[in-house]
Design a protein around this ligand. Structure first.
Ligand SMILES: [Zn+2]
Ligand SMILES: [Zn+2]
Length: 349
């Protein structure tokens, strides 16, 4: 270990992103030392996720400040703790949103470690990857298959893995019609997955931005329209990745009898919450329509998805930024300037 200090983009408190466009501050801080069961990772790429906006704006606030955000981390092992034996220095690994769980409660034992009361999140409850280095328990890391570049692998770790879990929770079958409302990093990976796993299925994309609708069609969506549009035919399942409520009501309207809406969002914004008063039982809920939320990911879902992504392959569409440009990437995400997944790439030094 030659480096003593590192650059990090740090969050020092909650911010209203209508008042500031630079919520993170560039700091030079000591490189962390790995504890006995941890590895030190020299970060090379870190995905930018909508959840960072939820942290910054206080919808899922970090318990303490300052904190280094970022939970789609790819890098190389730079040092290992005394009892860490899984990896050797130089190996390429990734870190996802799940940073730790207790390992012995009913949820951890039942395959639902994402619901553990002691669940901790990378980049919120522990320092994440908007930095040149980070430490993490070696059991909460994943080897990265060779076919992905560092920047391509990063969005697989959250957007991809949680998209995979959302699709699993849909319980759809081939030839069924799937809707995607919101078309950011996660949804575009789901679209690629569905085209591979369910080749007879049609995909309908609801997005406010015409550029996102075009992007969806270019990736093989059968139809793309506004988030409040009525689909050309009723849908079996819909995955919602928007931060709003209007698309939820519209999605329930677009579901077939017995259809299921899966909401993949850690928090919803309050701006349009009043639209829920328009919920009409007969139109939106009757006929056994279901709503299910997705909470984070378990390690096994990350592992399964990375393997599937390498096998298909699913190569994410990415747009890269420097570490110092993290605020710009976040503000573009906030202002819905999205084409694929945004990824910070650390300069090599
Ligand atoms: Zn995320
Ligand atoms: Zn637990």
């Amino acid at each position: 270990m030659s480096r003593i200090t590192m650059k990090a983009m740090m969050l020092e408190g909650i911010h209203d992103l209508n008042q500031t466009d630079a919520p993170l501050v560039l700091k030079t801080i000591p490189v962390p030392t790995p504890a006995s069961h941890e590895v030190l990772i020299k970060v090379t790429a870190c995905g930018v996720c909508h959840t960072e906006l939820d942290e910054i704006e206080g919808r899922t606030p970090p318990p303490q400040f300052p904190v280094i955000p970022g939970h789609q981390v790819v890098g190389r092992v730079a040092a290992v703790g005394a009892e860490a034996t899984r990896f050797s220095v130089g190996q390429r690994i990734g870190v996802a949103w799940i940073n730790r769980a207790c390992g012995h409660c009913e949820y951890c034992h039942g395959g639902y470690e994402n619901l553990c009361a002691d669940f901790a999140a990378t980049g919120r409850d522990a320092h994440g990857g908007y930095a040149e280095y980070m430490t993490v328990d070696e059991d909460f890391t994943y080897p990265i298959p060779e076919r992905f570049s560092d920047a391509q692998a990063a969005p697989l770790l959250c957007a991809g893995a949680i998209g995979y879990r959302s699709l699993a929770l849909c319980q759809m079958r081939d030839s069924q019609c799937l809707g995607l409302t919101g078309f950011g990093a996660s949804a575009h990976l789901v679209l690629k997955m569905v085209r591979h796993r369910f080749p007879e299925s049609s995909i309908y994309v609801f997005a406010r931005n015409p550029a996102e609708q075009d992007f969806a069609r270019s990736l093989g969506a059968a139809w793309a329209g506004d988030t409040t549009a009525t689909a050309p035919s009723p849908l079996d399942c819909i995955i919602d990745t928007t931060p709003a409520w209007t698309p939820v009501v519209a999605a329930l309207h677009n579901l077939k009898p017995g259809g299921r809406l899966v909401i993949n969002a850690i928090r919803k914004e309050a701006v349009d919450q009043n639209v829920l008063l328009q919920l009409n039982y007969a139109e939106h809920l009757w006929h056994e329509k279901e709503i299910k939320s997705v909470a984070n990911v378990t390690r096994s879902y990350v592992v399964q998805f990375i393997e599937l992504a390498a096998q298909i392959p699913i190569i994410p569409e990415i747009e890269t930024f420097s570490l110092e440009a993290a605020n710009q990437a976040l503000m573009e995400l906030k202002n819905k300037r999205i084409r694929g997944a945004k990824v910070l790439e650390m300069a090599s030094s």
